[in-house]
Design a protein around this ligand. Structure first.
Ligand code: MSP
Length: 631
């Protein structure tokens, strides 16, 4: 069994074209997990690579007038640098299936399974989809065509090697039953159980008539099926059959991160190969969702692929990484839009995080001559220390469940709490009223929160943590997750205020999405005062606020309007934490026809203004009685 090494893999990608944002998504997620575990002090092996054999690639190379190896090598070069290099993918090993180390391992494994009788030579008779390199039985065809790609299939009768999947069917089923964490998320686990229960047929694991592949040992007319070759990469990179000590320390893998469409290969064929080799199975296979454009999967074949390099040029590495890691709950499908990327950058990074740093350093300069004050522990209110401590635990627990976006949500809750703390504590008043102990503690707390944020953000963002630390006057790099604990002694360190962390992206250029509940088309037409009077606007107070499960943009508010409490579902979740709103006065449209939103009856609407990705709820500037008319 594995020892302390934490081994994570991505799928190895086909170098048949340049990769797109969908591939970057998996790889950046794996990178964040790898960086997180390194920060925990673990010995991480993070492997990615390329799956270079097979008919499709051979064809592409022919079309390009190159040898297959020349063809793939150019793309592989591009994937390593600039693509993964610029995205900050910190892989420890990049495996190419064309390498000798891999070739040898695949052939030896194949031979072992032949010797064991788990692979046998037989005759394949059935249908074959040439472009997909897949065999189909009559019953699986759709209108007589390939069920995967819809192209014509041909009848074949040929020699092939078969792998006895069926022999291991009940053993695999039992394993999945006994190891609830093996396939995640759970929905994919259930899908796989159903698939297995439908019965596993022996799998053809060789092809004839192709040259671009690894030959079957002793039978060079056959090349080994590209998936058998590809899955084995995980063993090659762990040192299997080459470096016993390394393999001993590394295998089994902790996580195979894959897209949901290849979960089946990783949770049926792959475990059975491992069982046949008497090797332990990976701890978990996590099948994440797809990035969609509209309703369709982003991909080469649909021509809707987005080039990650163009995004990096436009927005910089941290904005792109943040968006990929934060936007979609990890595991689910989610839409990709550039507008959402811009919004995330402007709201979370430029506004919330950037302003926190800029306000904090400005106040330390102004009120304390640019020197970090000591923490007077007995006098501290513990607000930021407490919030930082819960976020510390939440991030650790979210990351252990691969809930990457949840980890970022927690981290940005700390950002939000600190910004709110500034408003509550009003350091400018403390400075005016001569309350130096309180002022010192408040500014220490804010400085310390930013230092903690620089630690917490280290796995996710590449440049920002160091840039925050530079401004905080911290020269030492982040070295361990434990540093994200409140109470660091920074007395008399000198602040070095610098450029804004994230310049706001001009949303005029990247058309702003409709994310405000009150946005309406700009109109040139006049309305009369009578038109306006039809709208009943009232002052209310938010009494309770909660998130609406499964709706990224919605909050459910309970608002007292002077007469009664109403439920209002409002699209402001990306701008407010529920607890920030409780007690806040608002202006509501009181005579708006109630409507069902996500199964909740919403009885009105809040007014809010928005510009450049910042949204603010409209409120009277002094407290008014609830029910007061707004005219
Ligand atoms: N070569 C195989 C994998 C072999 S692993 C032993 C392969 N390669 S691929 O180039 O097609 O990459 C597929 C992977 O890229 C997906 O599993 C997923 O991780 C990622 N994605 C490709 N398009 C994607 C989206 N639109 N959205 C999310 N991930 C996407 O399959």
């Amino acid at each position: 069994m594995g020892t302390s090494r934490w081994y994570i893999t991505t799928p190895i990608y086909y170098p048949s074209d340049n990769l797109h944002v969908g591939h970057a998504y998996t790889t950046v997620a794996a990178d964040a997990l790898a960086r997180f575990h390194r920060l925990l002090g673990e010995d991480v092996l993070f492997v990615t690579g390329t799956d270079e054999h097979g008919q499709k690639i051979q064809k592409k190379a022919e079309q390009a007038g190159k040898t297959p190896f020349e063809f793939v090598s150019e793309i592989v070069g591009y994937i390593q640098d600039p693509l993964w290099k610029r995205l900050g993918v910190s892989y420890d090993d990049f495996i190419r299936t064309t390498e000798d180390r891999h070739h040898g391992v695949v052939q030896q494994i194949f031979q072992r399974l032949v010797d064991k009788g788990d692979i046998y030579k037989g005759i394949y008779e059935g249908w074959y989809c040439l472009p997909d390199e897949s065999y189909w039985t009559e019953s699986k065809l759709v209108d007589g065509k390939c069920p995967d790609c819809g192209r014509p299939v041909e009848r074949v009768k040929q020699e092939s090697y078969f792998f006895r999947l069926g022999k291991y069917q009940s053993q695999l089923r039992q394993y999945i039953e006994d190891h609830p964490d093996f396939i995640q998320p759970t929905s994919r686990r259930n899908e796989m159980l159903n698939f297995i229960d439908a019965g596993l047929e022996d799998l053809s694991v060789s092809r004839t008539g192709i040259q671009w592949g690894i030959p079957v040992p002793g039978d060079p007319d056959h090349v080994i099926y590209v998936w058998f070759d590809a899955l084995t990469n995980y063993l090659t990179a762990a040192g299997y059959l080459q470096d016993g000590a390394k393999f001993q320390a590394t295998w089994p893998a902790n996580v195979h991160l894959v897209g949901k469409e290849i979960v089946r290969f990783h949770t049926v064929i792959w475990p059975i190969i491992l069982m046949a080799l008497d090797l332990p199975l990976p701890e978990r296979v996590f099948g994440h969702g797809w990035l969609l454009i509209g309703q369709a999967k982003m991909g080469k074949s649909l021509g809707n692929a987005v080039d990650p390099i163009a995004l990096l040029d436009r927005y910089g590495v941290d904005a792109v990484r943040y968006y990929l890691l934060r936007e979609v709950p990890f595991g689910a499908d989610g839409s990709y839009t550039e507008e959402a990327l811009v919004l995330r950058t402007n709201v979370d990074l430029a506004n919330d995080l950037g302003n926190l740093l800029s306000r904090t350093t400005a106040m330390i300069n102004r009120f304390l001559g640019g020197k970090v004050p000591p923490l007077i522990a007995g006098e501290d209110d513990g607000v930021l220390a407490g919030e930082a401590a819960s976020v510390y635990r939440e991030v650790e627990s979210a990351m252990s469940q691969l809930a990457i976006s949840d980890a970022l949500i927690s981290i940005f809750r700390l950002v939000g709490r600190a910004n709110k703390y500034i408003e509550e504590q009003k350091p400018w008043d403390l400075a005016k009223n001569g309350d130096p102990v309180r002022l010192g503690n408040v500014l220490y707390g804010l400085w310390e929160t930013l230092r903690i944020l620089s630690v917490l953000l280290t796995p996710f963002l590449l440049e920002t943590p160091a840039r925050i630390r530079e401004q905080l006057g911290l020269d030492e790099p982040v070295s361990h997750y434990r540093e994200a604990i409140f109470g660091f002694d920074a007395h008399a360190r000198a602040i070095r205020r610098g450029e804004p962390l994230f310049p706001r992206i001009d949303t005029k250029r990247a058309s702003e999405p409709d994310q405000s509940p009150v946005s309406a088309p700009v109109t040139e037409e006049w309305i009369t005062i009578e038109d306006f009077q039809k709208i009943q606007l009232k002052v209310g107070t938010v009494r309770a606020a909660e998130i609406v499960e499964g709706a990224d943009r919605l909050l459910k508010l309970t608002v007292f309007d002077g007469d009664r409490e109403r439920t209002i579902v409002s699209g402001i979740r990306q701008h407010y934490q529920p607890e920030e709103l409780v007690g806040q006065q608002v202006v509501l449209v009181a005579n708006l026809k109630p409507t069902m939103l996500r199964g909740i009856l919403s009885e009105g609407m809040l007014l809010a203004g928005s510009a450049d990705g910042v949204l603010s709820v409209v409120a009277p500037s002094v407290h008014l009685p609830e029910g007061a008319r707004v005219k």
